[in-house]
Design a protein around this ligand. Structure first.
Ligand SMILES: Cc1cc2nc3c(=O)[nH]c(=O)nc-3n(C[C@H](O)[C@H](O)[C@H](O)COP(=O)(O)OP(=O)(O)OC[C@H]3O[C@@H](n4cnc5c(N)ncnc54)[C@H](O)[C@@H]3O)c2cc1C
Length: 152
């Protein structure tokens, strides 16, 4: 597995095989620990796609991970698979002021995104009143509910 992942990621600082830090095997509470054979940190969609293809072809479970702030065990990996940590995919790609939409990579931190839109005179309108930690990455499914509004 190590050779294949390194042939995809081509940077051994972004592929962890030995001594995986326990934080990558759990959620924010750290109560439940899972198992994984590798943690990878892709920086492009192409790397994500190649890792997913390899995992699919070899029936290897993959656990995506944003900022790991969930409290429900949803980043506890099982089955000796691969943890796919997207936290290094943290670029804000586009803010479309006409449609109040933005295109961001899945590791963008909510706090950074908020500062970015505010620096352009916008603010993030939250559909739900609940507040998740600003450290949460934008990738986790629930952020889809948020929209953009300008301060006008
Ligand atoms: C202090 C505190 C307060 C919180 N308050 C709230 C709250 O008010 N409301 C709330 O709903 N939650 C809350 N949470 C939980 C958590 O912050 C949110 O669920 C947040 O959205 C998780 O984002 P994350 O990037 O850390 O996701 P992670 O914890 O990394 O992942 C969460 C889930 O999303 C999946 N995932 C992550 N990235 C991707 C991806 N790119 N593609 C596919 N799947 C992906 C993971 O596999 C996992 O199943 C809170 C947590 C803390 C610590």
């Amino acid at each position: 597995m190590k050779e294949v992942l390194l042939s995809i990621i081509k940077d051994d600082s972004r592929v962890i095989i030995e001594q995986i830090d326990e934080k990558y095997l759990s959620d924010n509470l750290g109560r439940k620990k899972g198992t994984a054979r590798a943690v990878v940190f892709p920086v492009s969609t192409d790397e994500v796609s190649q890792v997913m293809r390899y995992a699919w072809e070899h029936a290897i479970p993959v656990t995506p991970r944003g900022a790991g702030t969930n409290l429900v065990g949803s980043t506890v990996p099982s089955g000796d698979g691969i943890v796919l940590d997207v936290s290094r995919m943290d670029h804000i790609l586009e803010l479309d002021e006409a449609t109040f939409t933005a295109t961001v990579e899945s590791g963008v931190i909510l706090e950074d995104f908020q500062a970015f839109v505010e620096s352009r005179g916008f603010f993030i309108r939250r559909i739900r009143v609940k507040r998740e930690p600003p450290s949460a990455a934008i990738s986790a499914p629930m952020q889809e509910a948020c929209g953009l509004s300008n301060t006008a």
